[in-house]
Structure formats: C-alpha cells, structure tokens
Design a protein around this ligand. Structure first.
Ligand SMILES: NC(=O)C1=CN([C@@H]2O[C@H](COP(=O)(O)OP(=O)(O)OC[C@H]3O[C@@H](n4cnc5c(N)ncnc54)[C@H](O)[C@@H]3O)[C@@H](O)[C@H]2O)C=CC1
Ligand SMILES: O=C(O)[C@@H]1CCC=N1
Length: 264
C-alpha cells in the first residue's frame, strides 16, 4: 500500500501520476487535513482515505507531502506507528532525512526527494537521496514510483537544498520570465493572447531544443544572435541590468531559505 500523507498540490499531482502509470486505486491511500479535501480526492481518484496514523500503519511506502512547517507536528503524530519495513519518502523542501529519522521510533529507511509541479504532465525533475537507513533497494523503489512522472536523478543529500532552489522552484522562474515577456509584448502594443501564445511556443521550442539537440545553451543562444541584429540589442540590456548576477543571487537565496525551513 502506498500512502500519501497531506495530499495537497504535490501529493495530488503524484497521486494522479502513479494512477496514470497504471497503479490500481485500491493500492493507494491518502490523508488530508480537511474532510472536504479527503472526500474530493476519494471521489476524483477512487482511492481510500484514512487518518494519518492508520495510513502510517498500513503503508509499505509512506509519502510525506505536507509543508515543511507542518512536518514536526505530523511526525509527532505518526512517528511511533511506522514499521521498520516501511519506506518513508519525504517531498518537503529543507527537511533533512536526519530530521525525520530523529522523530521515528524505529530505524526506518527514509528517502528525501525534491520534485516539481510538472509531475502533473509527467515532466517532473525529481532528485533523490538516501537517509542513513536507506539503501539501494529503497532508492530503486523511490525511482520506480517517480520515473513514470518524469526524470529522476540521485544526488548526495548535502546538495538537496541546491536542487530545491534549481529544479524544485525552477518552473516558477520560467513562469516569471514568461510573465515579464508577455508584459513586454503588451508594452509594444501586442494583444495579450497573441503575446502569450508567442512566448509559450518560444519557451516550448527552446526547451525541446535544449533537451533534444545535445547542444550547449551558449551555442543555441549564439545561433539566434545575429551580428548587429535584434537579439544582441536585447542581450546588452539584460547584461546592463545584471540579470545573470540576479539569477545567481536569487537561486542562492532560495537555497538558503531551504536550509532555514527545517527550523520552522
Ligand atoms: N509546490 C511546489 O512546487 C513544490 C512543493 N514541494 C514540497 O511539497 C510539499 C507540499 O507542498 P504543496 O503540495 O505545494 O503544499 P499544499 O499546501 O498544497 O499541500 C500540503 C497539504 O498537506 C495538508 N496537511 C498539512 N498538515 C497535515 C496533517 N497533519 N495531516 C494531513 N494533512 C495535512 C494540507 O492541508 C495541504 O492540503 C512541501 O513540503 C513543499 O516543500 C516540493 C517541490 C515543489
Ligand atoms: O517554494 C517552496 O518552498 C516549494 C519548494 C520547492 C518549490 N516550491
């Protein structure tokens, strides 16, 4: 039985993904803080809903999908009810495997994962690392669960906060850039719908080229940047405004915020 504790945005996205991948609803159990949320998930997906303690006791794979700030409270509730044979998978930003292990009664294997919202379209980036009682078999189990919803890679846990800043939050940076580009279209007199269409298709085209061409991003950008042309005029402004430095600092700030989260 796979149980998802705190099935909010990410928990539901994972739930829908594993169902799309062919798992039976009868093998899935979810919990939610609010009654109506639990009922909605049961009706929408045909999965069982239960309380946290019951779910923790019955699960062979237990996914913790609450916000980092809610993790200590949740572990205080379920920590004594998780069997050593259960694999615990935490999706929470900033929460270390040690934080979880300290709050469990037994030596339970814990795998920490940082995924992102493209789980919803089977294009997630999920980055996993093993806690101190987790081995190869547990990482494999986590990969089995996550591979149907996107790409999975392993990293040392010391880099998890950096991964959170890069790929966990990553989609938000691209959406932010899209918003700004659409605003630029509006500034130049473009209807909003047309601007959005152009920007989205440019983003999709660029993403597919980045993924499939095998070319370095610098070469792909150079191919767009003609001598004395339009692109270099824009790049000059991006450089003048320190956009590259802003990106470095923004992602470092996200990493630092991740480090703070376990402390509440
Ligand atoms: N939103 C994102 O893009 C990403 C979020 N994450 C991580 O995933 C986790 C979940 O984030 P979201 O899904 O965005 O948050 P969310 O707020 O949508 O979902 C969390 C859910 O947990 C429920 N909950 C809280 N305490 C509970 C308890 N004691 N028992 C049962 N349910 C409880 C809440 O009611 C809520 O529905 C977070 O730890 C976050 O750091 C990771 C990667 C990306
Ligand atoms: O902003 C956050 O804290 C979460 C973690 C990664 C993406 N969203």
């Amino acid at each position: 039985m796979i149980a998802i504790l705190g099935a909010g945005k990410m928990g539901e996205a994972l739930l829908s993904g594993v169902l799309r991948a062919g798992r039976k609803p009868s093998g899935l159990l979810v919990t939610a803080r609010r009654e109506e949320r639990a009922a909605l998930l049961r009706d929408r997906y045909g999965v069982e809903v239960a309380g946290n303690v019951e779910a923790a006791e019955r699960a062979s794979v237990l996914v913790l999908a609450v916000k980092p700030q809610d993790m200590a409270k949740l572990l205080a509730e379920v920590g004594g009810h998780i069997k050593p044979s259960t694999l615990v998978i935490s999706m929470a930003a900033g929460i270390t495997s040690a934080f979880i292990e300290e709050r469990l009664a037994a030596d339970v294997p814990v795998v920490r994962v940082m995924s992102n919202t493209p789980v919803l379209v089977d294009e997630a980036m999920s980055v996993i690392s093993a806690g101190s009682h987790a081995g190869e078999e547990h990482l494999k189990l986590a990969e089995e669960l996550l591979t149907p919803v996107g790409k999975v890679s392993r990293i040392p846990e010391s880099l998890q906060d950096a991964a959170t800043a890069l790929s966990g939050s990553g989609p938000a940076y691209f959406y932010y850039l899209v918003e700004a580009m659409v605003d630029a279209g509006i500034l130049l007199g473009m209807p909003r719908a047309a601007a959005l269409d152009m920007v989205i298709q440019s983003a999709v085209g660029a993403a597919v080229m980045l993924r499939d061409s095998g070319e370095h991003p610098v070469l792909l950008r150079e191919a767009v940047t003609s001598p004395a042309g339009t692109t270099i005029a824009a790049i000059r402004e991006l450089e003048r405004h320190g956009v590259r430095a802003a990106v470095l600092e923004a992602i470092e700030a996200a990493r630092n915020r991740g480090r703070e989260l376990a402390g509440g």
